[in-house]
Ligand binder design. Sequence first.
Ligand code: ADP
Length: 695
Amino acid sequence: MFENKAKHRQGQILKNLRAVSLHNKFHEYSHFLAERHSMNDISADSEVIQICANNLPIKSRAKSKGVLHKYSIRFNIKYQAKKLSLLENINESVQSRCLSNIDFPNSRGSNSLSMDSKCMTPSKISSKPMACLILPEISGKRANIYHFKNNHSEGGDPEKPITPVMQSRLIENRKRAISKPPENKELDSSGEFTDIESTLVEKSAKNKTLLLRSIYDKRPATIFFDYPKCCCAKEKSKGRVFYMSDKKLAKQYLTFRISESFLYDCIINTLTSAGFSETEDEDFNINIGASIDTDFMRDLAPFQKNNHFPGSSHLGRKDMMWKHFCRMQKRFEEAYCFCPETYILPDDCRKLNKDREENPKDLWILKPANSACGKGIKILTKDTEIKKKQGVIISKYIKEPHLINGFKYDLRVYVCVTCFDPLRIYLYEEGLVRFATVPYSTKRKSLKNKCSQLTNYSINKDSPTFINNVDPSKDGYGSKWSFKALREYYESRGIPSGRIFQQIKDIIIKTFISVESHVVGKLNRSCSRRDACFEIYGFDILLDSSYKAWLLEVNIYPSLSCSSPLDTKIKYMLICDTYNLIGITPFKRPLEPPPPIVEIRAKKSLEVSSLDKCNNLAEYPLTLEDALIIVEGEEELYRRGKYERIFPLKENVDYYLEFYDIPRYNTLLTSRYLKYGALKDIKKFFRKAKNPINV
Ligand code: ADP
């Protein structure tokens, strides 16, 4: 699951090489891009090359006297031809990873592309469909080039935009392209073959960064992410939103750091459209990557955010997650029976064989413990011989899933955790219903057909019966639905939608509580801040014919690729709402050192019992940090967008506290606040504080 070192090195070499998948909804998207980059003259029907240089390295921005300018890059035609030759080399390897519709223009003839330097709309281009190109380096500065065509074909759904194999091919191709000038290409005036010449043209530094004012006095504002037009969503209420002043923007520029595996359009575009630029340095506002080690966490300064919690691999690995559930089942039995009975090989072989003998009619499903996209999955009957392999789990197969029109489906539920101590869990209102593409049956022949038994998009997308949604406003047909369409379907047939989603919430909360002590232990050892991490999880839920919800797995790297307008709509909204929810605060460089909170934590564990007895927070000697915990929770609730907080709530906090391994001061405090505290008191307390934290 985590990047290994070799892959990381390759990633470094290819840091600037990006491939972003096709967008079906070109019209909306080009307008969206045009607006974002103040390029009003892009026509919806034209093909567009969009060049963003907003991820210039910090140094070049520092040179511009501290003012963050937006740049565009003007190409001249002859160099464009050279660029295309480079892209042609890349093309081979892109094709090799089966991104079906990605292709690049023919570079024959240096005039194959000409460009109006002002609006950057190519007046002539090869007729081949083109996806999105991002160039490695331009005169030492990095630039991304996006190219969209008015084309309704869809891109692939790569879990990882650049695979290790592809990376090494790209490195090879790139070396070849740079060292050997291809035939028919001109040298530039200096006689050297340089990649591309570019001229940086400063555009008016029109400020596009919005801030959202806190609901508390003296608390910092956070960056506001508005839904792009491709979400077809209603305007968000902007009562507390204001533009960040140019003066502030100059001092507090916004940056994100991202690793290759997370190059999703929705992440990059959401951040860049709010004024963020990419950095490779340590002073990022938000880090989007996979692996996190203790040192990395320890060095996080105030305001910096990381997109993973240490220890959440215990949820992402199917075997580890099952071990946690087994531990919980010993304590709470029925309450933790929402995951199909599972055996971890080779250790549980004997128990599995016994179970199979006792239940010969049952079916089983074999899965690699640490894999995704339906890879290596097999359905087993009573006669299938099982090899004692390491790294494999076998689970009881849900033989009678709930079907819609005869097809099996599962739910991809998006959940965000903003803090583990105190635990705060949010469920996203929208999600994806993913259908198998061959009618369901448990006949022998059908059991071998993955498109009948598995609901993974990666498996079904290649099926001839896969139906893609092309219009996000007409939902509830084809191979992927939104939750809105599913709820409507349930309601129209009297299926208890409310009860089903209530079960799902219960599963989610109990799942996080099962790993709570593991994650908090790791956090306390490696990080001095409560709000340093957040994480988006993808819960895969299967419903059986009696409407019982089963948890199949938790994805700690849910795919955020947008292979249809429906995906685009849901995932852009999800990312906008997530970044609003977590609250990204601009900050001044250089970074402040991380605060030492370790001693306060130790003191807290002693106070758990006295707080436990308290039934009126007004009488309890709250510290400034206590008040902050409450304030952070309230602020988050205000910024939640389409997220619903599912834990802690006044009505459920006491029930779920019973499942904790050890009582936690911060959760107890939140529980007492929800039950007895009043926002007014906290506001009063907070105003009194001389120097509220983070101001
Ligand atoms: P992966 O991580 O490879 O996607 P999953 O655990 O999500 O593995 O399983 C892939 C698909 O297999 C699911 O989407 C579901 O359709 C089917 N599946 C998995 N486990 C079960 C089960 N216990 N019973 C019935 N179907 C299952």
